[in-house]
Design a binder for this molecule. Structure first.
Ligand code: ZN
Length: 475
């Protein structure tokens, strides 16, 4: 009996010890996988919960809308259903917080990236965009959110996802995010700088003869690289997937094959070596890395895709579905959108209708420049006066005329600007406001553009006419 009791006691002690070890392991694993405590706002959409710092509160509704719409679209693409279990998204506005989350959940692999997704939870750093895009651009945040949620739904629904090659996961995330954004009336590559920057980067890479062979792109890991090389990998993968998945009718067969390929590889086992198997299958279906045909198609796809004709600083600029141009600036900042085409004529007019939101206290600019970002002239229309400024690190005032503050209480206005050599006239709602000779010998008009301060302005019927009556549409 004693022996039996002793054995029982030993077994009990062993079982208790084992139980405690299991508990410790579960606790450890759980604590490693739980998101950090976060005192930010929690906003709940249909399919997401967003944990965000105070700064993101003003556009949280837009983020929820983007997230829900994107997830529904992805679920449709993948033929899966969305359950009641929402996807969690953490936004960080401090580098330190983002890096901490990256170290805790992703072994610090994506420290230099904008975002990562782990266990179908998205972590997004909300400040800078790629290629030095400005901080807090709401469109950039929306695009990044849509990208991460594409990873999130794949991770939740397909165990193999983390074993697929990076080019496929990242390319699909960008291409599907772009499509999800455009369905909201927001931009595609031709209509916004976010996606067209990829095309411009790859065009540049092709010119410098640095385009990676497909074999190198498809086998590459996309983490732990320099900023430029990582940008190149993402850009090349995005264009490859975009070409294969292009929804235009002439690409319908190839798109169907690509979607079938995706379905097939999503069902592969979650094991090492799956990426090699996926790439081999890709080669089999699409001619593979040695295929000259695929490469030829790729080069002509890059060449024939029109890029967005504007470059912007300090905000969001994109073309709306009706062809109007929208500029949105951050709080207390001025956004300037410069047209990429150089203006070689010295007698021209810029004409547009404007809709200002919010109405009442804002500012609209027409910009002329020869060194876009740090040296330009702005003809501004504000609620108190209009005038000409030169910016070269600081603003210089060349002349201003009082405006009736009441005019800005209505939303829609017409602006006309006529530049003839160094002579400038500006009309606001048909009334001549400025008529000045610009004494600054550096007054120039190499690029032209539009912008606004601390507001959102839609420019419609925006065009440039040359003095001899020739017409040039901006896009
Ligand atoms: Zn990604």
């Amino acid at each position: 009996m004693d022996a039996i009791r002793r054995t029982k006691n030993r077994l009990l002690a062993f079982a208790t010890g084992f139980f405690l070890i299991v508990c410790a392991l579960v606790w450890f694993t759980h604590s490693r996988r739980s998101p950090p405590s976060y005192s930010g706002v929690v906003a709940e959409g249909k399919h997401v919960r967003i944990f965000a710092p105070m700064g993101e509160r003003s556009h949280i509704d837009r983020l929820l809308k983007t997230a829900d719409h994107a997830l529904e679209r992805y679920a449709g693409n993948l033929g899966v259903s969305l359950t009641d279990q929402r996807f969690d998204v953490y936004l960080y506005d401090k580098t330190k917080d983002y890096e901490q989350a990256d170290a805790a959940f992703n072994s610090g692999r994506t420290k230099a990236n904008l975002a990562f997704c782990n266990g179908s939870i998205s972590h997004i750093y909300v400040r800078p965009g790629p290629r030095g895009m400005p901080a807090q651009d709401i469109f950039n945040t929306q695009a990044t959110l849509a990208h991460e949620l594409c990873h999130a739904i794949h991770q939740r629904k397909f165990p193999s996802y983390d074993y697929l090659p990076d080019w496929l996961n990242e390319g699909v995330a960008d291409v599907w995010a772009e499509a999800a954004m455009s369905n909201d009336g927001a931009p595609q590559a031709e209509l916004s700088s976010w996606y067209s920057a990829y095309f411009e980067n790859v065009q540049d890479t092709i010119q410098r003869r640095r385009l990676l062979p497909l074999s190198k792109l498809t086998s590459a890991s996309f983490t732990r690289h320099t900023h430029d090389y990582r940008g190149q990998l993402y850009g090349e993968a995005y264009i490859l997937v975009r070409m294969l998945d292009d929804p235009s009718p002439s690409n319908s067969k190839q798109r169907e094959r690509f979607r079938q390929f995706l379905n097939e590889v999503n069902s592969y086992p979650a094991s090492k070596g799956t990426d090699t198997r996926v790439n081999a299958r890709f080669s089999q279906i699409f001619g593979g890395s040695a295929s000259k045909g695929l490469m030829r198609d790729y080069l002509s796809y890059v060449k024939n895709t029109q890029v967005f004709p504007w470059f912007a600083r300090n905000g969001n600029v994109h073309t709306l579905a009706n062809g109007s141009l929208l500029t949105e600036s951050y709080q207390n900042q001025t956004i300037i959108a410069f047209h990429k085409t150089k203006n070689s004529v010295h007698d021209f007019k810029i004409c547009c209708d404007i809709d200002i939101s919010p109405v009442g206290t804002r500012e609209v600019d027409i910009v002329l420049s020869n060194a876009a970002n740090n040296y330009y002239h702005a003809i501004y229309f504000g609620p108190k006066y209009s005038g000409l400024l030169t910016y070269n690190g600081e603003y210089h005032n060349w002349g201003r005329v009082g405006m009736d503050p009441k005019v800005f209480q209505s939303r829609r206005h017409r602006i006309e600007l006529h530049v003839r050599g160094h002579h400038l006239t500006a009309k606001f709602d048909g009334k001549r406001l400025l008529d000045i000779n610009v004494v600054n010998p550096e007054f120039s008009s190499e690029h032209w553009g539009v912008g606004c301060c601390d507001s959102s302005v839609v420019f419609s019927n925006l065009h440039r006419e040359t003095g001899d009556g020739a017409y040039s549409a901006p896009s």
